[in-house]
Design a protein around this ligand. Structure first.
Ligand code: ACO
Length: 340
């Protein structure tokens, strides 16, 4: 069993999704694809797209304000903001600093975290350490993406998969036995080429040539990422459960990264978790990368699919390559009482 000091849990959650909906039928007019292909291969029916003047920090700040309100915590009580994203507003300053200013969290430290679609769970685990060790009391963790800005809208292999959105949680101390019980983080950098945006960094700064070569767009070897995801999702969840002294039979609710319905079903099958315990909303939002897990969790809480004392398992995979899982014993009421 992993040794946990103070118990840390989610004491507030909020999400933000842009209003503009892009359906598979809309995509049929843009690239050589079909609603039938997209639904059969991915389960995605539509996704949300941010307006041209909206950036990741705008989505993140909206989600953060909802999470603060849900927690009954004011922005000036936040000690640290972590934004997990692969679509920062710019290389620097960090999107977390931009959010700090937007929500007026004047005393909060702030930094970004890059772990692809595993980013939110990486952020959750990172943020919780500061509270477990008594350094901070309240930490805001946000997964936010404006993937539509880095998608090659002429590439049917990728443009049908992704969407924009943000999810945020407030972490605080909770009653012993609740909150985060076990974690697993991992990476295999040898798979970095499988999912990347090559241009715009110090390896390949922006030039006319790099723009003409479409190197400032997301590039992915879909079938390789698919195989990696199938393998790693179940393994990561089992390790996190093991750290909590639990097994797959204890899972009440599984919240996988929402990339592809076939990947989700395969992970559930490997974990022997029936689909009625699995949260799926990839049909409505596509793959929102680091935002997908908190968005799915918020929906699950609001629709009473997560109840007090449930064992909830979050599990994601993504660019890096990375994977991350976290086991949470949920009790919103108990958490709120303990957090005061
Ligand atoms: N419409 C129609 N046909 C298409 C489309 C499309 N949108 N996209 C690809 N095809 C074609 C391909 O060109 C290929 O045609 P060909 O056989 O003539 O060459 C055929 O469909 C099959 O392509 P595959 O890539 O083999 O299809 P697959 O069943 O693997 O599905 C998919 C592709 C959906 C991308 C799948 O591989 C997948 O979901 N991979 C994981 C992706 C993922 O999860 N990415 C997120 C990572 S997380 C992060 O950090 C961002």
């Amino acid at each position: 069993m992993q040794e946990i000091k103070k118990s840390v849990g989610i004491i507030g959650i909020g999400t933000y999704l842009p209003e503009k909906v892009l359906t598979n039928k809309d995509l049929e007019k843009m690239v050589d694809t079909s609603d039938a292909w997209i639904v059969e291969r991915t389960g995605i029916r539509e996704r949300r797209i941010a307006e041209s003047d909206i950036a990741t920090s705008d989505l993140a700040a909206c989600a953060a304000e909802k999470a603060l309100s849900d927690a009954g915590v004011s922005a000036d009580e936040i000690d640290l903001i972590i934004v997990a994203t692969v679509t920062p507003d710019m290389l620097f300053p960090s999107t977390a600093c931009l959010v700090q200013d937007k929500i007026k969290a004047s005393k909060a430290a702030a930094f970004d975290l890059s772990a692809g679609c595993s980013g939110f769970v990486y952020g959750l685990v990172t943020g919780s350490q500061f509270i477990q060790n008594g350094i901070y009391k309240k930490v805001l963790v946000i997964g936010a993406e404006a993937l539509s800005k880095i998608i090659d809208w002429d590439d049917r292999n990728t443009c049908v998969l992704f969407g924009d959105g943000a999810g945020a949680v407030v972490l605080g101390e909770v009653e012993s036995g609740y909150g985060i019980l076990g974690v697993e983080l991992g990476a295999d950098g040898s798979g970095g080429d499988l999912l990347k945006m090559p241009g715009g960094g110090s390896r390949l700064p922006a030039t006319m040539e790099s723009v003409n070569n479409r190197q400032h767009f997301l590039q992915m070897s879909g079938s390789d990422v698919f195989k990696f995801a199938i393998k790693v999702m179940g393994e990561a969840a089992v390790k996190a459960l093991d750290g909590a002294g639990l097994t797959n039979e204890d899972i009440d609710c599984l919240i996988p990264h929402q990339a592809n319905n076939r990947i989700i079903q395969s992970a559930a099958k490997r974990l022997k978790v029936p689909m009625e315990k699995v949260i799926v909303n990839v049909d409505k939002y596509g793959n929102t990368s680091s935002a997908s897990i908190p968005i799915a969790m918020d929906e699950a809480i609001k629709s009473n699919k997560i109840k007090d004392n449930d064992i909830v398992v979050l599990v994601g995979f993504g660019a890096g390559l990375t994977w991350a899982s976290c086991v949470i014993k949920w009790c919103k009421e108990g958490n709120t009482v303990a957090s005061k």
